[in-house]
Write a protein that binds this ligand. Structure first.
Ligand code: GDP
Length: 325
C-alpha cells in the first residue's frame, strides 16, 4: 500500500506546487472509502483559503470536434507565451478504469502534458455523474491551491455533464464543426444557450470558407437568445488548432469576459451562487451514497425493487419504507 500522508503534508505539498502530492490528493477526493473521504475533506478545508484565484473555463463539443487538439494548442499558448499555469480536468461519466474513456486517453495532449506549467488529469472513473462532477469540482479547488491560475474543465457535448460543468466554471466554450448541422452534432439548444463563446474548429485547408459561413449562421442564431444574466453577448469565432489561427483570440475573449463581469460584479456573484449550489449538491450526493452503503438498506433493496417492478408496491410507498428504516 502507498504511504499515507498527513493533512499538513498534503497541504504543504499542494501549496508548494508539488505535483505528486496534488495527484495523490485528487486520488483521495476521487476515492469512495470513508477514511479517504474524511482525509480529503480536511485537506480541502485547509487549502480552501488559497483557492479561487483562477479563471475557470468549461470546454465542450462532440467527440471528434477537436477538443483535445484545441486544448493543447490554446494550453501551449497560455503556458508558453502568457506564462500561465494551467490545469486541465475532465468530466466524462462514461469513463471506466478499464479504458474506453474518451477524455482519459493518455496519448492526448502530449506536448502540453510534458510542459512544467501544465497539469492534466483525466476524468475520475467508474462513478455516477454526480460523483464525477463532485470530485472534479474538488480537484479544481486543489489545482487552484497548487497555483494553477487557469483551469480548463473538458466534457463531451452530448449529455447532462455540460450542465454540471457549466455550474463549476466562469466561462463556457462550445466547439462546433462547420457544415455538420446541429442535429448531426447532437448539440442541444440548451448547450448553445449556455455558451459564452462558440468556436468553429478545423478552419484550415479546404474547410475555411465553410467555417466562415457557419460562423455567421451561429452568430445569427445566438442573437435570437435572450441576453444572459451576465450581460455578455456570446461571440462566435473560427479557429484551427493545426495552423494556430484564431486560437489566441479565444483567450482574448475569455479575458474580456472576465474583465467585464468582474467590473459589473456578476463574476463574484456567480461564484457565490455556485458555492451554494455545490453545498446542496454535496449534501444530496453524500446522503445518497451513505444511504445505499448501509447494510440494512442494501439487504432490503433487491426485494423492494422487485415489488416495485411488479407493481406490488408503489415507488413512493417503497421509498418511504426504506427511508423510514
Ligand atoms: P476530440 O474527440 O473532440 O477531443 O477531437 P480530437 O482533438 O481528438 O480531434 C479529432 C480529429 O480531428 C483528429 O484526427 C485531429 O487530428 C483532427 N483535428 C483536430 N483539430 C483540427 C484542426 O484544427 N484542423 C484539422 N484539419 N484537423 C483537426
Amino acid at each position: 500500500m502507498a504511504k499515507r500522508f498527513s493533512v499538513s503534508e498534503y497541504t504543504d505539498g499542494i501549496l508548494a506546487g508539488n505535483r505528486v502530492l496534488l495527484s495523490r490528493a485528487i486520488t483521495l477526493v476521487e476515492s469512495t472509502l470513508p477514511s479517504d473521504q474524511a482525509l480529503a475533506q480536511q485537506v480541502l478545508d485547509a487549502v480552501l483559503p488559497y483557492a479561487g484565484r483562477s479563471v475557470r473555463v468549461g470546454i465542450t463539443g462532440v467527440p471528434g470536434v477537436g477538443k483535445s487538439t484545441f486544448i493543447e494548442a490554446l494550453g501551449l499558448h497560455l503556458v508558453r507565451e502568457l506564462g500561465h499555469r494551467l490545469a486541465v480536468l475532465a468530466v466524462d461519466p462514461t469513463s471506466q478504469r478499464s479504458g474506453g474513456s474518451i477524455l482519459g486517453d493518455k496519448t492526448r495532449m502530449n506536448q502540453l502534458a510534458a510542459h512544467q506549467q501544465a497539469y492534466i488529469r483525466p476524468s475520475p472513473a467508474g462513478r455516477s455523474l454526480g460523483g464525477v462532477t463532485r470530485s472534479t469540482r474538488e480537484a479544481l479547488v486543489l489545482c487552484e491551491a497548487a497555483g494553477h491560475d487557469v483551469i480548463f474543465v473538458e466534457t463531451v457535448g452530448v449529455g447532462q455533464s455540460e450542465t454540471a460543468v457549466h455550474g463549476m466554471v466562469d466561462f463556457f466554450l462550445l466547439l462546433m464543426l462547420a457544415g455538420a448541422g446541429d442535429e448531426l452534432q447532437g448539440i442541444k439548444k440548451g448547450i448553445m444557450e449556455m455558451a459564452d463563446a462558440v468556436t468553429i474548429t478545423k478552419a484550415d485547408g479546404g474547410n475555411e470558407q465553410a467555417a466562415r459561413r457557419a460562423r455567421v449562421e451561429y452568430q445569427n442564431a445566438l442573437h435570437l437568445f435572450p441576453l444572459a444574466p451576465s450581460q455578455w453577448n456570446p461571440v462566435v469565432t473560427v479557429s484551427s488548432a493545426v495552423t494556430g489561427a484564431g486560437v489566441p483570440a479565444v483567450w482574448q475573449l475569455v479575458e474580456q469576459y472576465v474583465q467585464q463581469t468582474q467590473e459589473s460584479g456578476y463574476f463574484q456573484r456567480r461564484r457565490q451562487e455556485q458555492n451554494l449550489h455545490w453545498l446542496h449538491e454535496t449534501i444530496r450526493e453524500t446522503l445518497e451514497t451513505r444511504f445505499y452503503a448501509r447494510p440494512d438498506i442494501a439487504a432490503r433493496l433487491p426485494e423492494i425493487r422487485e415489488q416495485v417492478m411488479n407493481g406490488r408496491k408503489s415507488a413512493f410507498g417503497a421509498a418511504e419504507e426504506l427511508l423510514g428504516q
